[in-house]
Ligand binder design. Structure first.
Ligand SMILES: Cc1cc2nc3c(=O)[nH]c(=O)nc-3n(C[C@H](O)[C@H](O)[C@H](O)COP(=O)(O)O)c2cc1C
Length: 188
């Protein structure tokens, strides 16, 4: 039998999807690197994400109730990282990306990102440092070249992930199976 060791309550390594949060801060677009994000409801589609209460993006969401979640491809690693190194509280990040607007009219969507979601805030829960925001997706924007048979194709989008606490970015690797399928052989 192998020995299981306890590594504490925060030093774990799970790849998280690396995205860019877009908001309107004092009338201008602002962008922030974000990895604590996941889908939280199927229909309507609700996304959950955690944002530190000191971030400019936090204030922007509380003031506007609107934001975007943009999925960058690997060629945007440097710009994504930069958006996580400097704060809109001190640095103007409004010109970092080419922006377009969608259904909600006032949510900055990043044109360079293969996929961009615009969201309305529906609920929030304040924790000790971060706030868990729940937002309903109003629309999702992409381009024909990122689709296969009408669906977003991960090989064309080329998203990347973050692992902590080693703080490294990873491209998505090879396909290892099909979901809701590979386990069928084990069913009695
Ligand atoms: C790779 C990476 C991932 C990050 N993920 C998050 C996150 O999920 N939540 C969060 O609150 N801050 C996260 N940050 C930190 C913010 O992006 C960073 O503090 C940023 O400067 C805040 O910008 P703002 O003050 O303009 O909102 C992350 C930073 C990096 C580099």
């Amino acid at each position: 039998m192998t020995n299981r060791i306890n590594i504490g309550n925060s030093a774990f390594l799970l790849p998280a999807p690396q995205v860019i949060l877009g908001t309107i801060l004092d009338g201008k677009p602002n962008f922030m690197a974000m990895a604590w994000v996941t889908q939280a409801n199927y229909e309507p589609c609700v996304m959950a994400m955690a944002v530190n209460q000191g971030h400019a993006s936090h204030r922007a969401i509380m003031e506007t109730g609107r934001y975007s979640i943009n999925i960058p491809s690997v060629d945007l690693v440097a710009k994504t990282d930069y958006a996580g190194l400097v704060s809109g509280n001190r640095t103007d990040k409004s010109a970092l990306f080419d922006v377009h607007y969608g259904e909600l009219k006032d949510v900055p969507l990043i044109r360079e990102c293969p996929l961009a979601l615009e969201l309305r805030l529906v609920q929030h829960v304040a924790l000790s440092h971060d706030t868990l925001f729940l937002g309903e997706v109003a629309a999702a924007w992409t381009e024909e070249r990122f689709l296969t048979d009408g669906r977003v194709d991960v090989e064309k989008v080329r998203p990347f992930t973050l692992t902590m606490p080693d703080n490294r970015y990873w491209a998505v690797g090879e396909q290892v199976g099909r979901a809701w399928h590979e386990g069928k052989a084990l069913k009695k």
